[in-house]
Write a protein that binds this ligand. Structure first.
Ligand code: SAH
Length: 395
């Protein structure tokens, strides 16, 4: 049954080409913003129409956001209900079950999974959900019903604290939609055990995007002295210890993060190998000048958060490499990542190269990688592939 009375939003002359070519967004300047369109409640479902009136699909519409229309389906007759969400969730879960094999993964990665504005990370029978658009906010009751029907989770945390919500006119906060979310829970990744705090941790509590990079890097760790800078809950460092590193030092400025890393070290029986240094990363690297490690891992938070900090923020990666590279033994390895979506791979590579030059080190790139496979990318939005990482061997 078709939905009744959905409002229509009309693209301006010539502006239908991109959507017809498979792009899932229409920007506010591409839409005919007459008084009626502007008055549509933020997040409403609407029919997106070509300038001639042809229906191109159903969108969530927010007249106050730069990304005004986000395509939910190219079928304008579709009914967006719990069954609709359920089908998309089932597809997303089937893909992850095939790719990852254990129920600990990013279940929904927004547009790439046909659910714009939505992130869901799965921790067994607990889910951390991030709703980032007004459209997904209005659809949250339907989403929760579908999550229940498809996955029967015990716990659902709405971790709606991302700054991007403000661009959509949404407030920020964390709430529990189902069950009891008190305290950290356990997860399994790369055959190791970790802990995540879905309500109190950073983002959804765990960074699944580094799963494959952690596995690769830990594969270099046998007998190595390892420094894990910006360690968070030990995703790299504890796995390296489990893969027979000689010693691992985790540096982070968050005590809660280091407590979770310590809990993971205990769970994996590597607590004798892993030690912790609560510090500002740059200070710690400067303080440790003269020490030597066989593997240095640097996975910082986004240094570039807005276009206006692109230049100065990007230089943070150069500085990081300048301070980290001198600690790498001859023939040792340096892993460095950037999750700033505004820093593209060439710019990141350039900053890493300059940092190495500043440090007077040469070497070779072994692996240029991105996010793990449960973070797919919509083909129309290649710029949303935010994670970049380089693994180098240094001379
Ligand atoms: N490598 C981690 C993820 C890192 S997220 C993993 O594999 O899961 C970034 C981490 O950097 C966070 O834990 C945050 O607490 C820490 N952090 C942010 N700014 C920092 C700073 N200036 N010095 C040290 N740690 C910092």
């Amino acid at each position: 049954m078709a939905q009744k009375k959905l409002p229509s939003v009309l693209l301006r002359a010539g502006e239908d080409r991109r959507v017809r070519a498979g792009h899932p967004w229409a920007f506010s300047n591409e839409i005919l913003m007459d008084a009626e369109t502007r008055a549509i409640a933020p997040g409403s479902l609407a029919v997106l129409r070509a300038p001639g009136g042809e229906a191109l699909g159903l969108v969530t519409f927010n007249p106050h956001s730069l990304i005004a229309a986000r395509l939910l389906t190219s079928n304008p007759e579709a009914t967006v209900d719990a069954l609709f969400f359920g089908r998309r969730l089932a597809q997303a879960a089937a893909l992850r079950d095939r790719l990852i094999g254990v129920p600990f993964y990013r279940l929904v990665h927004a547009e790439a999974d046909g659910l714009p504005g939505l992130i869901v990370d799965r921790f067994g029978d607990a889910l951390a959900v991030q709703v980032n658009t007004a459209g997904m906010e209005l659809l949250t009751p339907v989403l929760l019903e579908a999550l229940d029907a498809e996955l029967s989770p015990k716990t659902i945390v709405l971790k709606n604290d991302s700054p991007v919500r403000e661009l959509e006119g949404l407030t920020r906060g964390t709430s529990v939609a189902k069950g009891d979310a008190a305290g950290p829970i356990e997860l399994v990744e790369n055959d190791a055990r970790f802990v995540a705090d879905l309500s109190g941790g950073q983002k959804t509590g765990w960074f699944y995007d580094q799963r494959d990079n952690r596995r690769f890097v830990a594969g270099l760790a046998k007998d190595a002295r390892v420094l894990d800078v910006y360690s968070y809950s030990g995703g790299f460092g504890v796995l390296a210890a489990k893969r027979d590193a000689r010693s691992v030092v985790c540096i982070d400025r968050s005590q809660a993060a280091l407590d979770a890393a310590k809990a993971a070290a205990d769970l994996n029986g590597v607590d004798k190998i892993v030690s912790f240094d609560k510090a500002e990363a740059f200070d710690a690297l400067e303080r440790r000048a003269g020490e030597t490690f066989d593997l240095v891992i640097c996975d910082p938070p986004a240094f570039v958060k807005s276009r206006k900090d692109l230049k100065t923020g990007a230089q943070g990666y150069r500085k990081l490499v300048r301070l980290a590279a001198p600690l790498v033994a001859k023939g040792g390895f340096l892993f460095v990542a950037s999750c700033s979506h505004l820093v593209d791979p060439p710019l990141f590579g350039e900053q890493v190269r300059r940092g190495l030059r500043d440090a007077g080190r040469s070497g070779r790139i072994l692996l240029s990688s991105g996010a793990a496979l449960d973070h797919p990318v919509h083909p129309g939005l290649p710029e949303t592939a935010y994670l970049k990482a380089l693994t180098l061997q240094l001379d």
